[in-house]
Design a protein around this ligand. Structure first.
Ligand code: TRP
Length: 442
């Protein structure tokens, strides 16, 4: 089957990085690091990304290149109907993630609007900025409107054929986002009191590490690198035979980690300098950054630019998630692309409404102490994505190693290949399982 290919290896790396880099790096990473105790968490997160993350990403890409198919088709072809269940679980997880991802994407749209109209970047006071955010997300209607707008933008991009265009412009916009972040870091670290934040972020304090910390780091690694639902299988299915998968995956991971690291340097020093609450949770970036903007010349302009660029980064990730749902509906139910897009949109929009309301009006509906928003987040990144990767690694190492090893390193039997097979077949699934158990039990 002819399958169009990326223009170049660079195109492949940038498209995969476009899916990986998004709200995970800029919104989730700083607040999770803050709630998990800072420097020690950072080290564990980096360690997991550079070891497990690297092998898993290259392996997902290898499955794609071996089959030239998306996840469900790939598992069906390499294995059988039952193994295709891993792909179907991936579709379910993509749906669950997209529902709350679109809510947070909506916050970005709302803050872009507020930056333009002068509604933020006016105060460095923690209470004022905190209230601004809380009043917004607990409003029964406002966040839903923005959730709709973000979801609709994602839908429009996926069904209108401008997806390639977005990927093309994001090649230029992402470096601008990183440069803007460097400027904001310059301001953040020069604030009086910022040193405390730098210490918190960069000096590990291992007394803060528990089993739960490891599971959060693992889940965040999967979420921020777009692993665990077979997305990288799809990206790998378009790549030519000459591209080296392990080094391509390494590039994607390094770019994502760079973005995470810069986000931490941008947000955490400011949190301490202005006296925000580090454990504020999902609002941290949205509460802290307006204070940074307020303390800079051209603050409103920089704020608008920042949220606009963050919006593009979020969109290149959300379209990769919606693409999973749309391809599934097209391939399995033979529906038209537009219809598939609309069905998927309606479903994730509705679940997203529940996620959004659970931060305000519905906050009393909880399970194990988690509201619906947290529940969707934890269920996907700490349970379903690890489970998906355990099944995937076992499948690759014990079922179709012959097909996959060729993709990973040309297939010449070597010590490295035996090591890799042992890692995939035993070490990685065991490590994920142990981290999972420890996280759940303690
Ligand atoms: N990695 C993206 C982010 O950090 C989110 C995302 C896109 C994702 N596709 C994914 C997460 C697939 C898990 C699986 O913003």
């Amino acid at each position: 089957m002819a399958r169009s290919q990326w223009g170049s290896r660079l195109g492949f790396i940038l498209a995969s990085a476009g899916s990986a880099i998004g709200l995970g790096a800029v919104w989730k990473f700083p607040y999770v690091t803050a709630t998990q105790g800072g420097g020690a968490f950072l080290l564990i997160y980096l360690f997991i990304c550079l070891t497990l993350g690297l092998i898993l990403m290259a392996t997902e890409m290898a499955i794609g290149r071996a089959t030239h198919l998306g996840p469900i088709g790939a598992f069906r072809k390499l294995g059988n109907k039952k193994w295709a269940g891993i792909g179907i679980m991936g579709v379910l997880v993509a749906f669950l993630i997209l529902s709350f991802y679109s809510v947070v994407g909506g916050w970005t749209v709302a803050y872009l609007g507020k930056a333009i109209t002068g509604g933020i970047a006016n105060s460095t006071d923690p209470t004022t900025n905190g209230n601004l955010f809380t009043d917004f997300i607990t409003d029964p209607l406002q966040p839903l409107i923005y959730h709709f707008i973000f979801g609709f933008l994602t839908l429009f991009t996926v069904v209108s054929g401008v997806e390639k265009g977005i990927e093309r412009i994001s090649k230029y916009l992402m470096p601008i986002l990183l440069i803007l972040m460097l400027i904001l870091i310059g301001r953040a670290v020069s604030l009086p009191g910022a040193v405390e934040g730098l210490k918190f972020f960069l000096l590990p304090d291992f007394s803060k590490i528990t089993g739960a910390t490891w599971l959060e780091a693992l889940g965040l690694a999967f979420f921020s690198l777009s692993l665990g639902i077979g997305i990288m299988i799809t990206y790998g299915s378009y790549v030519g035979p000459e591209a080296k998968l392990v080094s391509s995956a390494a590039w994607v991971i390094l770019l994502t980690l760079l973005t995470c690291f810069l986000s931490g340097l941008m947000v955490l020093p400011a949190v301490f300098a202005f006296g925000f609450e580090p454990g504020a949770g999902p609002g941290l970036t949205f509460i802290t950054m307006p204070a940074v903007f307020a303390s800079m010349p051209f603050g409103h302009l920089l704020a608008a630019l920042f949220f606009a660029l963050l919006l593009v980064a979020a969109l290149t990730s959300s379209i990769s998630l919606l693409e999973v749902l749309v391809s599934f509906l097209i391939d399995e139910f033979k529906v038209h692309r537009l219809k598939a897009g609309i069905i998927a949109f309606v479903l994730f929009f509705l679940l997203g409404i529940a996620a959004s309301l659970s931060l305000g009006a519905w906050s009393s509906y909880t399970l194990f102490g988690y509201n619906i928003f947290d529940m969707l987040d934890k269920l996907t990144q700490n349970i379903l994505m690890p489970l998906g990767e355990i099944l995937l690694t076992l499948f690759v190492a014990w079922w179709r190693w012959d097909k996959i090893k060729v993709q990973l390193c040309g297939g010449n039997d070597s010590v490295w290949l035996s090591f890799l097979r042992f890692a995939l077949g035993v070490v990685i699934p065991v490590i994920i399982f142990v981290i999972f158990l420890q996280g759940i039990l303690g």
